[in-house]
Design a protein around this ligand. Structure first.
Ligand code: SAM
Length: 235
């Protein structure tokens, strides 16, 4: 029997990892990592010495076959991404999809198990401190740079539902501009930016898109790091 464990890892603070995740990582035969250097820092912090292997967006079919063969050989594999929950806007879901397709009988008999070892995600961390309605919400991942962008902004502004997406420091000002442009007076929105979650400079900024843009224009040194953007109905 072999197991593929999909493990949530910290999004900043290296202490944000569950006891179970540490146990499963330490017991794995091989840890599949988005970037082995990033994961090695986490493993060193927790004194875990396990072989690592890279698995990222550019890993081709050969690497997927290698992983499939390891599972056929009865190896226990752990999959982690650079931060947070694998598959949430980063590699992981594609591998899980392929393995589910290739191991249908083994998954039925229990010869192969794919298990979730839950942990942090920037998505849930941001929603947990934003103070917005999140009984239901839509997660958009990263917004497209060109095709479909305009339609999506219309949707984000028009929706009564809380909308959440990931953004890079290079595009955050452009995104705020779009939120201002597509905004309407009859449907004002609150924008919440959660930046550098769980890190030293963690910050939550809330206001209209225009207010937030002005804030970042005045505090240019803060236009860096990692961002989650939440657009919600004004309370
Ligand atoms: N799998 C991850 C998760 O579960 O959140 C997300 C990976 S995605 C490639 C990386 C994006 O997540 C960043 O560009 C940023 O938008 C968001 N992110 C990751 N860590 C973050 C943090 N500490 N604070 C704010 N946003 C973060």
């Amino acid at each position: 029997m072999s197991t593929l464990s999909i493990i949530g890892t910290p999004i900043g603070n290296l202490e944000d990892i569950t006891l179970r995740a540490l146990k499963v990582l330490a017991a794995a035969d091989i840890i599949l990592c988005e970037d082995t250097r990033t994961t090695k820092r986490l493993l060193e912090r927790h004194d875990i010495q396990v072989k690592t292997m890279s698995y990222h967006v550019h890993s081709g079919l050969a690497r997927q076959e290698e992983i499939i063969n390891l599972l056929k050989d009865g190896k226990n594999l752990a999959l982690v991404s650079d931060a947070g929950t694998p598959g949430i806007s980063d590699p992981g879901s594609e591998l899980v999809r392929i393995i589910r397709q290739r191991f249908v009988p083994e998954l039925k008999t229990g010869e192969l198990k794919i298990e979730a070892i839950p942990g942090p995600s920037a998505l849930t961390s941001a929603l947990s401190i934003a103070g917005v309605s999140c009984a239901d919400f839509t997660f958009l991942g990263f917004l497209p740079h060109k095709k479909g962008r305009e339609t999506l902004f219309n949707e984000i502004i028009g929706s009564e539902r809380t909308m959440v997406f990931y953004e890079s420091p290079h595009r955050i000002m452009k995104t705020l501009d779009s939120l201002i442009t597509f905004g309407t007076l009859d449907n004002p929105k609150t924008v919440t930016i959660c930046r550098e979650l769980t890190k030293i400079f963690e910050e939550v900024v809330t206001g209209s898109a225009r207010e937030i843009k002005e804030y970042f224009e005045k505090n240019k040194e803060k236009v860096k790091g990692e961002f989650v953007v939440i657009v919600s109905v004004r309370l």
